[in-house]
Write a protein that binds this ligand. Structure first.
Ligand SMILES: CC(C)(COP(=O)(O)OP(=O)(O)OC[C@H]1O[C@@H](n2cnc3c(N)ncnc32)[C@H](O)[C@@H]1OP(=O)(O)O)[C@@H](O)C(=O)NCCC(=O)NCCS
Length: 178
């Protein structure tokens, strides 16, 4: 939680008014402090699908894998999501999307980090993804491009791998060191 210094909020000011620094701090809390990242519930599935369709991402398999999903909420609005097709040793990270109105505020970064942390706590160390547009974004988060024949065999049954994602999509992998 962001703590706003009492002085910035006007404590000790002659008329109790808010200082410019206080205003900046309040605006920061209003714009970022309200974004809650948490696990998805079944009730979120239709909105997750809407967000994916709006971002040209496949919705195949969401009904099977929604329990892995992380969502970002701004009040009652679902503004971001990310999920995985998780197996014993490897997971396909998928469906990472943030609403256009909420981009570049670190929401995508928080979703990916929480997703990887949760999967790692289950003992998964190899993370794969397919992307047509976000290769540089995931490269910044440690993912490296690989050939499709390097994909972990546990993921070969994935709908995304078998056709929901275009052949032109780049496959990337992150291996977490123990
Ligand atoms: C990719 C995406 C999830 C990032 O969400 P976000 O909440 O805006 O991301 P963050 O706030 O964590 O990071 C923002 C930074 O990433 C950069 N970035 C965003 N999308 C990018 C992309 N496709 N390629 C490279 N950089 C990208 C932004 O320019 C910004 O850079 P800055 O911090 O230097 O300003 C969002 O842009 C999105 O939903 N894109 C459409 C769906 C998509 O392509 N998903 C990936 C499918 S695998």
């Amino acid at each position: 939680m962001t703590v706003i210094p009492r002085r910035a909020l006007g404590a000790g000011q002659p008329n109790g008014s808010v200082t410019p620094a206080g205003l900046v701090a309040i605006l920061a809390v209003m714009s970022d402090g309200e974004i809650i990242i948490s696990g998805a519930s079944a009730a979120d599935i239709p909105v997750i699908k809407q967000l994916l369709v709006a971002n040209d991402l496949p919705t195949d398999g969401i009904d099977d894998h929604w329990r892995t999903f992380i969502v970002a909420r701004d009040g009652d609005d679902l503004v971001g999501c990310g999920g995985a097709e998780a197996h014993k040793f490897a997971a396909l990270i998928r469906s990472v999307a943030v609403a256009g109105s909420h981009r570049s505020r670190g929401i995508g970064r928080r979703i990916v980090r929480q997703l990887l942390d949760r999967l790692a706590s289950r003992g998964i160390r190899e993370f794969y993804l397919l992307t047509t547009t976000a290769q540089p974004y995931f490269a910044k988060r440690g993912f490296k491009p690989i050939d499709r024949d390097e994909i972990h065999p546990q993921l070969l049954g994935s709908a995304e791998l078998r056709g929901a994602c275009p052949d032109s999509a780049v496959c990337m992998r992150l291996v977490m060191l123990v």
